[in-house]
Write a protein that binds this ligand. Structure first.
Ligand SMILES: [Zn+2]
Ligand SMILES: [Zn+2]
Length: 363
């Protein structure tokens, strides 16, 4: 067993605090990783607070992990000691269902679906009565060490700074996957709703794909920030601006992390175009199907991305020299950081420098 130090929430109402636990040593196909950086995703907060009603406590969040390989099992072929690697939202899937067989581990159809990097199987035993992974809880990247199957470990390209690469493992792939799936190409007009961690990353990726990007935000100060990053921006309740943009977009992506009304945006789609939601995982406000049907529009959802897409988006960001705008924080600042993320005060992704944990480990 490996002694590990992390930060955990003990209950839905508790602050994150230092937590010591053990991980099993790396098995034949597993890799041991010293965590260097971990991004702070809005879904960490949803799960710490049990807002998706599936949290198992203690909860050690973190699924935007970049680290250095410190040990490999005897059968590991893809990674070597010293490699800079990444781990995103998943650490296992059934490997046998139709989704897994076609490479979409993130849509695994096994009874427990995929195994999340933290908070255990997506479909917990308590809901489906079985557990193909043999564990109800998993502990994520707000910790100094991780042990993961080699197939679920990504390679961090040398051109990317490790701290910048971290948020690409969730925010990057969550936005890249639908942009790719719906075939966004050079010259397309793309609208991004919400300008947080996901939204600003989506805009950068779409622009690197050659699209013309407009961002929609409810925060007036973010208009100038979007312009600075090279994007057009519109305040969400600017009726005239919305009217001028009617039926003009080839693709729209909503990254808003909670229930919101998308009807104003549906009207901005061209005929046959799609609006895809990646931020909110909950019932949405009703959609007026008159608007959807009359132009054969699509309203759809998308969940993170598969392993191949995760490697692709890391390589894509390296090749196009793009990455998230980040602010490095110490592990000890995490509770304050959560408050700022909830208020929309972060610009645009917090990344925890895990070296800060060492102070609490007597090193
Ligand atoms: Zn995430
Ligand atoms: Zn599967």
């Amino acid at each position: 067993m490996i002694k590990v130090t992390g930060y955990a929430a003990k209950h839905s109402f508790s602050r994150l605090k230092k937590y010591e636990f053990e991980r099993e040593d790396a098995k034949a196909h597993e890799v041991e990783i010293e965590v260097l950086y971990c991004g702070v995703c809005h879904s960490d907060i949803h799960q710490v607070k049990n807002e998706w009603h599936n949290t198992v406590y203690p909860c050690v969040p973190g699924h935007e992990i970049v680290g250095r390989v410190t040990k490999v099992g005897p059968a590991v072929r893809k990674h070597a000691v010293g490699d800079l690697v990444g781990v995103g939202c998943m650490i296992d899937s059934c490997g046998q269902c139709e989704a897994c067989a076609s490479g979409d581990q993130n849509y695994c159809m096994a009874p427990n679906s995929w195994l999340a990097t933290y908070n255990g199987p997506m479909q917990p035993k308590s809901k489906v009565g079985e557990n193909i992974y043999g564990r109800d809880n998993t502990f994520g990247g707000y910790s100094n060490m991780l042990v993961v199957k080699e197939d679920f470990v990504l390679k961090i390209p040398a051109q990317l700074k490790p701290e910048v690469a971290a948020p690409i493992l969730c925010a990057g792939v969550t936005t890249y996957s639908p942009l790719k799936h719906w075939g966004v190409k050079a010259g397309d007009k793309v609208g991004i709703i919400g300008m947080g961690g996901l939204g600003h990353m989506a805009a950068k990726i779409a622009k690197a794909m050659g699209a013309e990007v407009t961002m929609f935000t409810r925060t007036r100060e973010k208009i100038e920030e979007a312009n600075k990053l090279g994007f057009d921006a519109v305040i969400e309740d600017d009726k005239q601006a919305l009217k001028d943009l009617e039926a003009s977009f080839d693709f729209m992506l909503s990254t808003v992390p909670e229930k919101h009304d998308i009807n104003n945006y549906v009207q901005l789609l061209k005929r046959n175009a799609a609006l895809v939601l990646v931020g909110a995982l909950e019932p949405m406000a009703p959609v007026d199907n008159m608007q959807v049907a009359f132009k054969r529009r699509t309203v759809a959802g998308s969940l993170i991305g598969n392993l191949a897409e995760t490697q692709e988006v890391l390589d894509f960001c390296a090749e196009h020299n793009i990455g998230p705008e980040i602010e490095i924080i110490r592990m000890q600042d995490i509770n304050d950081a959560y408050n700022k993320v909830e208020k929309g005060d972060v610009r645009f992704r917090y990344v925890i420098d895990m070296a800060s944990l060492k102070e609490e480990m007597g090193e």
